[in-house]
Design a protein around this ligand. Structure first.
Ligand SMILES: [Zn+2]
Length: 839
């Protein structure tokens, strides 16, 4: 498929928009100046009602095509195209769209934009491709009331007859254009280099909620200016929280938009993990201001270049800004397992993937691959070449491609030059191939041997893929890069005594592979497990979990090992421990003896930690203690520990009139316990009302988790009827509600019935954007019986040819199927292993 940019190069867009919220209409006039390279050119549009097209002030012949205006007969060379049109203002969270909120019971709107991936064409006609960079002059009029403001990529220069004019932008891609208007709170500061930083939100929020984001944004911009050795290229960097937002955040140049949950923080009551999350989201978007915005991928197949890089840099930046947080540990509990889990399923996309159709472009945004796995690839590169070569290489990369476009090869060339390594060759095997290897380490005939093969969870067709693996062994005898199928490192006994420590691979867990040690090697590691740092302990548990998921070892052999980790004070070890323990839940049926035994096991694992940490945060406690508490409280409640249930109830009772003020770190468990063990219709309604009224995103999320855990069939029915009521559940939050009910064994049937009956409505409401397929992912994450597998297939199979859904449906079938098979094969052994632990 050819791209429109091949025949037409826009240089400047003069965009006039008149937006009327009351009538929900947009009237527009776009003047595009550019160079026609052929006599037939095309310009993107979608849902635009075109009134007239002039080329060089002459009425032009045009034909409407799918998402395009075709001009079959223009002169080549410099031309000016003027297009007048109108469009509808819709609630799709794409293009130009309203966000809804309430202040003191009064309903209000904030208009914002979302143009990535291909939604700029819904706002103005354009060559809507990342390589078609141009400058933009925005002029916007709207049904303005006193007290409203408008912001955009660049500063406003004047207002004339109610039209707001903005400074001409630098050369940029269409998908990064943004503006917003309405009543807004704002706070400003300035970086050392003079960049104006601002945070904006609706007046449903308190001004103090803007402070945290403002500080992180300012320091992130300062950090990147130094790290990249390249100045921030615009006069300002605005951060705007939108009440309705489909993705997490969007890196529009100079005007980054966020979900409210990812920008606004109540400084008086926010958990450390939420602060960490919000910080990394902000630093991710601001990393893009250079990597993505200043230099942009040439086409969507190189989306990974943007996202993988920003996903690594968010950790590099926050580690520099808040060293006490040890944020790279969070990388190990979030990005690493997400990538390893999804990338093990046959049919997964590679990081670099060919793509043309707009619906397929949206489906590229696979968080576990393009973000998490891609970030691991770059972490691997960073570990290989070091920060000096990385920074010098980036500086050169920005200098040669600024205000233009690049591909992965351009980045490897820049990094290769400063590091003296053939990075492109090493990375080829990781970027172009889906999946990753398991390295088998074993002692064969007295010799230490390693081999690699692709690791799978579920049914697969092996393709004999091989990788260039940075091994990072603690034994110098292991090669730095392992590219063969198999190799022998030498006599094991000799190596063991020379090195004085158990043999290990992937030390630091920076490379994207897992290790299967044979019994002898694993026993050696376990014997010395207390000497391992937290990341190594986490890695051991993560790898064992994956090997068990892939059927390479039995969960039953892993269960007895868990006891080694239950006293760990490290939050990331606890994260891995409970992630593995929670996986055992699939082997028990509700209200069975096996479930009671598993609960007893959870009690045994968590009891000492619950007693050590207590239910409420303590002044001056370590970050690890703060972050560990949620894991053990969750475990003790699953265990139905009577003391814990009563304690949580007591705390709730004592604070019934100020529930929102309960410490944010533990509030969700207190609310959930109350609904589950002491709940009734009144309490559910009370929490639903609080949910509707609060503007605090983290409190909202806690209330959702609590309400969806009710076991009452009638209440579940009532909650499900709220799914389509945007006054209670915003479309942006619906997936989390749906998941909550579906994951509740008492609600599974109701949620599953709902999505099947209301699929058309769902598609109309949230379809067509990059988050849509994740509804299917969510279902596949939960189903575990042969019946559900059959129903899933029956329902989704006919949608296989719907653009953008094929990969997701095919993979998710494998996900459910492998879980069903694993349960059938191991249920008895796993439950016996658990029983043995509680004796
Ligand atoms: Zn991003």
């Amino acid at each position: 498929m050819s791209h429109f940019y091949e025949s037409f190069h826009p240089n400047n867009y003069n965009i006039y928009l008149d937006i009327n919220r009351a009538t929900k209409t947009i009237t527009g006039k776009t003047i595009i100046r550019g160079e026609a390279l052929a006599s037939s050119i095309s310009i993107h549009q979608k849902y635009l009602d075109i009134k007239s097209v002039l080329v060089d002030n002459q009425a032009a012949i045009f034909k409407m095509r799918d998402e395009a205006i075709l001009l079959p007969d223009v002169k080549t060379g410099d031309i000016e195209v003027i297009i007048e049109y109108s469009a509808k203002l819709t609630d799709s969270m794409m293009g130009i769209y309203p966000s809804y909120y309430e202040v003191d019971g009064e309903k209000k709107q904030l208009i914002g934009t979302q143009f990535e991936t291909t939604f700029a064409r819904q706002a103005f006609p354009s060559v809507d491709e990342p390589a078609a960079k141009a400058t933009f002059d925005l002029a916007i009029k709207f049904d303005e009331h006193p007290g409203e403001t408008i912001i955009a990529n660049m500063p406003e220069i004047r207002v004339e007859d109610g039209v707001h004019y903005f400074e001409t932008t630098v050369k940029m891609s269409t998908y990064l254009v943004a503006f917003a208007f309405g009543e807004m709170l704002s706070k400003y500061t300035t970086t050392e280099s003079g960049v104006k930083i601002g945070v904006f939100a609706t007046k449903a929020h308190q001004a103090k909620e803007l402070d945290f984001g403002l500080d992180i944004a300012k320091r992130s911009i300062e950090f990147y200016e130094d790290f990249y050795q390249t100045p921030y290229p615009l006069p300002h960097s605005w951060q705007l929280a939108l009440p309705d937002f489909s993705a997490g955040a969007m890196e529009n140049w100079g005007l980054v938009t966020y979900r409210e949950a990812y920008l606004l923080i109540d400084p008086d009551n926010t958990s450390l993990s939420t602060k960490q999350l919000v910080s990394t989201v902000i630093s991710h978007e601001l990393a893009h201001q250079w990597f993505g915005d200043l230099v942009t991928m040439k086409w969507w197949d190189n989306l990974w270049l943007n996202e993988s890089f920003a996903n690594m840099m968010e950790y590099v930046a926050i580690d520099a800004l808040e060293p006490d947080w040890k944020i790279w540990e969070s990388f190990q509990t979030s990005e690493a397992p997400a990538a390893l889990q999804r990338d093990a399923i046959d049919g997964v996309q590679s990081v670099h993937v060919q793509v043309e159709d707009p619906a397929e472009i949206d489906s590229l945004f696979d968080g576990a691959i393009v973000y998490a796995k891609g970030a691991r690839m770059l972490v691997m590169v960073r570990a290989l070449i070091g920060d000096d070569a990385l920074r010098k290489g980036l500086k050169n990369y920005f200098a040669s491609h600024q205000f233009g476009n690049a591909t992965g090869a351009d980045l490897w060339a820049a990094l290769g030059e400063t590091s003296g390594m053939d990075i492109g060759r090493i990375m080829q095997s990781w970027l172009e191939q889906p999946g990753y290897p398991v390295v088998n380490a074993k002692v064969v005939d007295g010799k230490l041997t390693i081999s690699q093969s692709q690791f799978f969870i579920g049914e697969n067709e092996p393709k004999a893929r091989q990788w260039q693996i940075p091994l990072n062994s603690n034994y110098a005898e292991a090669p730095a890069i392992f590219a063969d199928t198999e190799t022998t490192l030498g006599n094991y006994q000799q190596l063991r005594s020379q090195n004085g420590a158990p043999f290990r691979l992937n030390v630091g867990n920076n490379s994207h592979f897992i290790v299967k040690y044979d019994e002898k090697l694993l026993a050696d590691i376990i014997e010395h497990v207390d000497e391992l740092d937290s990341i190594s302990q986490l890695q051991l548990l993560q790898d064992l979990r994956l090997l068990a998921e892939g059927g390479q070892i039995s969960y039953a052999t892993v269960v007895p090992l868990l006891g080694h980790f239950i006293t760990s004070p490290s939050n990331i070890v606890n994260s891995a421990l409970y992630s593995l323990a929670n996986d055992l839940k699939k082997f028990v049926t509700p209200n069975s003896v096996a479930e009671q035994q598993l609960q007893a096991f959870f009690n045994k694992m968590s009891d000492n930690q619950v007693n050590r940490l207590g239910w409420l945060p303590v002044d001056g406690e370590t970050n690890d203690d703060q972050l560990t508490r949620p894991y053990v409280l969750n475990a003790t409640l699953y265990a139905e520990n009577q003391k814990s249930i009563e304690m949580a109830h007591q705390i709730y009772q004592n604070n019934a009139d100020k529930v929102a003020d309960l410490p944010a770190d533990v509030r969700v468990f207190i609310l959930k316990n109350e609904i589950k063990n002491y709940g009734n219709r009144d309490l559910v309604n009370q929490m639903l009302t609080a949910y509707r009224q609060t503007a605090d995103a983290s409190y909202k999320s806690d209330l959702r988790v609590a309400v969806t855990s009710t076991q009452d069939a009638d209440l579940i029915k009532q909650i499900v009827t709220e799914f389509k009521n945007a006054e209670t559940i915003k479309p942006q939050d619906l997936r989390a509600w749906f998941r909550g009910i579906l994951a509740n064994s008492h609600g599974e049937q109701a949620a599953w019935d709902w999505i099947r009956n209301d699929w058309d409505w769902l598609e109309k409401t949230v379809g067509g954007d990059m988050e849509f397929t994740t509804y299917i992912t969510v279902i596949a994450g939960i189903f575990k019986t042969p019946t559900r597998l059959k129903e899933f297939k029956y329902f989704f199979w006919p949608m296989l040819e719907t653009p953008g859904l094929k990969r997701e449906i095919t993979m998710d079938l494998k996900v459910i199927e492998s879980r069903v098979n694993l349960i059938a094969a191991e249920q008895v052994a796993v439950n016996q292993a658990v029983e043995a632990q509680i004796k």
